[in-house]
Every structure is written in C-alpha cells, then in structure tokens.
Design a protein around this ligand. Sequence first.
Ligand code: TYM
Length: 335
Amino acid sequence: MEEKKKVLYSAVQPTNNLTIGNYVGAIRNWVQLQSEYDCYYAIANMHAITVKQEPALLRQRTLELLALYIACGVDPEQCVLYVQSQVPCHAELAWVLNTITYVGEMERMTQFKDKSARHAENINMGLMDYPVLMAADILLYQADVVPVGLDQRQHLEITRDIAVRFNNRYSPTFTVPEGIYRKVGAKICDLQDPTKKMSKSGEDPNGAIFMGDDKDTILRKCKRAVTDSETEVRYDPDTKPGVSNLLSIYSVMTGKTMDESVREFAGKGYGDFKLAVGEAVADVLIPIQQEQKRLLADKAYLNGVLNRGAEAAFRTARKTLSKVYRKVGFYQGDK
Ligand code: TYM
C-alpha cells in the first residue's frame, strides 16, 4: 500500500502586488515540496480584508494570484488550490479557537503592533484576530508542515500553542504543525533599507521588486539598491546587510549555493554584481509573467481549478470541524 503523505498547508493574501519576497519565502518552496506532501495552498482573502481593500480589485487579485501560483509551477493536479472564503469552516473554526485564545496574546503579536501603527484609523477586531484565523486555516487540514517566511514564525508559534491548548483541554484533536523556513531567502529585505523585510506595502516602491515588474524596472531597482562603502561582495548579514540580501536573492534565483555565488563575484565590483542580480531576477520573473498572462485569458480553466479546490478543501476541513464541534459539546442533531 502506498504510504500516506504528510500534509502541508500554506497561503498568501491577495493584497497589493506580490514581491519577490513572497515568491522566495513562500511560493517557490511550495513548488519544491509539492510532490513530497499532500499540499493545500490557499488564497487568504479573509485575512486580506483586515486592512481596507477595494472590493473589485480584491476579486481580480484573487484570480491573478491563482494564475501566479500555477505560473510559478504549483501543479493544480497535485495540490489543492482554493480560496479561503469559499470554505466556510475557516471562519467557524476560528470562532471556536477564539474562545481559547487570550486578548493579551494577540496584543503582543509583532505584526498586529506594526499594522496597528500603520493603519491607526482602522485597528479592527479582524486585524487582532488575524493569527487565530491563520491557526484555523492550518489546523483544519491537520497540517504537519507550514512553509512560510520568517515574518510568520510568531503566528506559527501561536498556532502551535492553540493546538496544544485545545488538545489538552478537550482531547487530542489537532496535529501540532512545524514551520519550514529556508536557510537562504526566509527573509528577503528591502532594497532601500536592508534592515527591514521587503514588503508589498513598503513606503519606498524602489525597495521592493514586484512579481509584475518589467525587466527595465527590475534592473533599475537592483542598480539603485543600497549596499555599503566597501567594494567586496561577501556574505555577512550583520555588517553587510545590503550586499548579503542581494546575494541571497541571486543565490535563490539562480539555484546556486551561497558559496558558489560569492565565488562568482570575487574581484568584481558592485556595479557588475547588481547587474547580474537584476538579470537573474528578470530571467525568473519574465517567463512567470508570460505564463500568468496566458492563464488569465482562460477564466473557465481557473474557475474550474478553484471549484475543484474548494470542494476538496471542504471535504477535509469539514471532518476536522465536526470533530471539534463534538469535542466542545455543540449539538449536531442525530448525525
Ligand atoms: P502574506 O501574503 O503577507 O505573505 C505570504 C508569504 O510570503 C512570505 N514573505 C516573505 N518571505 C521572505 N521574505 C520576505 N520579505 C517576505 N514577505 C512575505 C510570508 O512569510 C508568507 O509565507 N499570514 C500569511 C498568509 C496566511 C497563511 C495561512 C500562511 C494565511 N493563512 C496559513 C500559512 C498558513 C501571510 O503572511 O501572507
């Protein structure tokens, strides 16, 4: 008999334009892991509305993100690809998990504090509850592993805490998931301020390379990237954050090891180095953009993927949810 694969869960929010940070920290790894695990990849649109979104744009970005997943190499025949809001179990489980999560814990979340500062006019309950919904996402599918960037580590830790807490309070119900963080690329930094993570919503648009940027823009942004006053291309994130960040990007985009990448630029100046980084990024992004465009022209195909995905996700999620409802004592008729 074929051995049952372990379950992998991950998601991206369909907000703004994705950056190469999202690609390197998440989607690229999904592709590498998809044959090894039973994979669920969601489009986290319920998380997205915790900050203000333009409804028409959110709808459009949902399909664009699906096309991007597939264009990056995520295989819809092998993985379950779906939209979070199409599986009602996520909101339902989040409600139950809310009752075993403490306000103080949520107030201490770094991302909540950051986003509250950035959106001071809109510190809504959903923003605070974001990690609980994320825990619900992961736990519904009994995920063993969750590949994410380092900025999500705290959310994954709280997911583990919530799972253990529920299991202890009721009885073993949830698999306690492990995060998968890659050594290189788990935190791609801003090109203008390499001490900060590259973000979809950063202040300086030159700090981020977006998945939709054309080649000229990519080359220009790399050329302008902040480095240091030395001349040596060397990996040392503490003293050379700018150069080290560019080296990480180069290494991931070319598939070369860090040692190989460093050796390649021995004796070369920053100008040549930045140009090579830009070329490497463009070589990966341009074909993805072309494929994404091709896929977006076939809406019927994309909708088919999402319909199948939502059904498959629902089948799994419902099993966990009804177990949870039984454990907490919700009356479920004569089922
Ligand atoms: P989002 O959309 O903010 O980020 C999506 C993924 O991209 C990673 N990431 C980065 N990785 C490396 N360097 C960066 N500069 C960088 N910026 C972003 C994030 O770590 C993430 O893996 N809350 C999640 C979405 C989500 C989710 C889930 C993830 C909802 N439910 C369940 C895993 C499991 C998020 O941060 O999305």
